[in-house]
Design a protein around this ligand. Sequence first.
Ligand SMILES: *[C@@H]1O[C@H](CO)[C@@H](O)[C@H](O)[C@@H]1NC(C)=O
Ligand SMILES: *[C@@H]1O[C@H](CO)[C@@H](O)[C@H](O)[C@H]1NC(C)=O
Ligand SMILES: *[C@@H]1O[C@H](CO)[C@@H](O)[C@H](O)[C@H]1NC(C)=O
Ligand SMILES: *[C@@H]1O[C@H](CO)[C@@H](O)[C@H](O)[C@H]1NC(C)=O
Ligand SMILES: *[C@@H]1O[C@H](CO)[C@@H](O)[C@H](O)[C@H]1NC(C)=O
Ligand SMILES: *[C@@H]1O[C@H](CO)[C@@H](O)[C@H](O)[C@H]1NC(C)=O
Ligand SMILES: *[C@@H]1O[C@H](CO)[C@@H](O)[C@H](O)[C@H]1NC(C)=O
Length: 343
Amino acid sequence: MFVKSYLNWVAIGLAGAQLGAAQTYTSCNPLKKTCAADTGLNKWQFNTDFTSGSSAFSKWNTTAGSVESTSLGAKFTISEQGDAPTIETDFYIFFGRVDVKMRAANGTGIISTAVMESDDLDEIDWEQISTYDTSIETDYFGKGNTTSYDRATTVTVSSPEDTFHTYSVDWTSSRIEWLLDGEVVRTLEYADAVSGKNYPQTPMRIKIGIWAGGDSDNSEGTIEWAGGETDYTDGPFTMYLDSVNITNYNPAQAYKYTDKTGSYTSIKASNSTASTNLSNTTSSSISSSSKASSSSASKASSSGSSAASASASSNLTSAAPLSMYSSLLATVVAAFAVGAFQM
Ligand SMILES: *[C@@H]1O[C@H](CO)[C@@H](O)[C@H](O)[C@@H]1NC(C)=O
Ligand SMILES: *[C@@H]1O[C@H](CO)[C@@H](O)[C@H](O)[C@H]1NC(C)=O
Ligand SMILES: *[C@@H]1O[C@H](CO)[C@@H](O)[C@H](O)[C@H]1NC(C)=O
Ligand SMILES: *[C@@H]1O[C@H](CO)[C@@H](O)[C@H](O)[C@H]1NC(C)=O
Ligand SMILES: *[C@@H]1O[C@H](CO)[C@@H](O)[C@H](O)[C@H]1NC(C)=O
Ligand SMILES: *[C@@H]1O[C@H](CO)[C@@H](O)[C@H](O)[C@H]1NC(C)=O
Ligand SMILES: *[C@@H]1O[C@H](CO)[C@@H](O)[C@H](O)[C@H]1NC(C)=O
């Protein structure tokens, strides 16, 4: 299996800066053909503690190599050329927040990644290049558009290979925030991504793993981006993943692309359980970097999941209401912002 994804990033042969994750591929691209619906996370919140043993992997598939639970968390190791251990959720979320607490791998050219990716290759990334001991990159792609090299930013972080940090993405239909240890370090507005054309907006899985950007078989551009050639005799190189907390702003049993636009308004959520809680979504995401918000977010999550089981048999809801909700949300956001401001 790993050979497939490994060969995939090798085969893509992109220059490093435009190369997303190691595991960038799609088995059915809904912009090109009709694909089966994506399985959704049908609840508001799903947390995984990877120090808790093998049961932690119950909703995660290992798609390359092998990954085990240890007292420091899930252990991803590159020992030799071709290793690229990777796990991914067996469900999709449709807007939401993902918190990843991890310690990146050491070594030259080793990339520790926490990525969200959709079937039509929208992508939101954190990528730590081990060659650089004080930084991590953020990046994004829309519909697999790799024509430009200017989307990545570099964020300063202290000793990411020796210290666990929490790398988060808070993703709504109007903006994406990247957060480092709870502080917003980058915001991408919908309009700023080629008027939304390049804006990630379709249901995504979460994929986490490591790969050797500095592998000598990679293109010169990739090796340069990775900060030099990987010397496997310096290894093994290990990344530890402590925990991942996922909030799904549109819990549903399934997500279906109803046309080939790749627009979020074309996504139909089946048996959705959270449309009535969208206001909670906003209040938790709007101030996601503050302490107050994390407590309101967890309050929201518990009410959200009970609501999820209570209304599990509701019928199909199309995503059309979503755009309606966005204007509603704007009002709620405004109200909340005023409220927060008064405090
Ligand atoms: C979320 O769903 C409904 C609406 O508020 C509540 O009854 C639940 O308690 C939970 N919260 C919701 C729906 O707001
Ligand atoms: C995850 O693995 C299970 C069991 O092998 C498989 O049925 C399922 O399709 C996989 N999910 C994804 C998203 O690949
Ligand atoms: C996930 O939530 C748990 C429980 O609230 C917390 O202990 C853990 O640090 C969180 N992990 C992340 C990555 O935010
Ligand atoms: C791809 O992205 C570039 C900018 O990065 C943009 O100019 C171009 O229009 C996009 N292509 C498509 C098909 O959206
Ligand atoms: C990572 O490499 C640096 C520099 O070689 C070293 O000081 C540090 O102990 C290493 N960290 C781990 C966790 O191996
Ligand atoms: C979430 O929604 C429920 C129901 O409307 C409400 O009782 C609760 O206070 C909301 N939580 C937040 C954090 O807004
Ligand atoms: C929606 O829920 C109903 C009742 O539980 C179920 O029969 C149906 O298969 C579900 N639809 C999808 C698309 O999952």
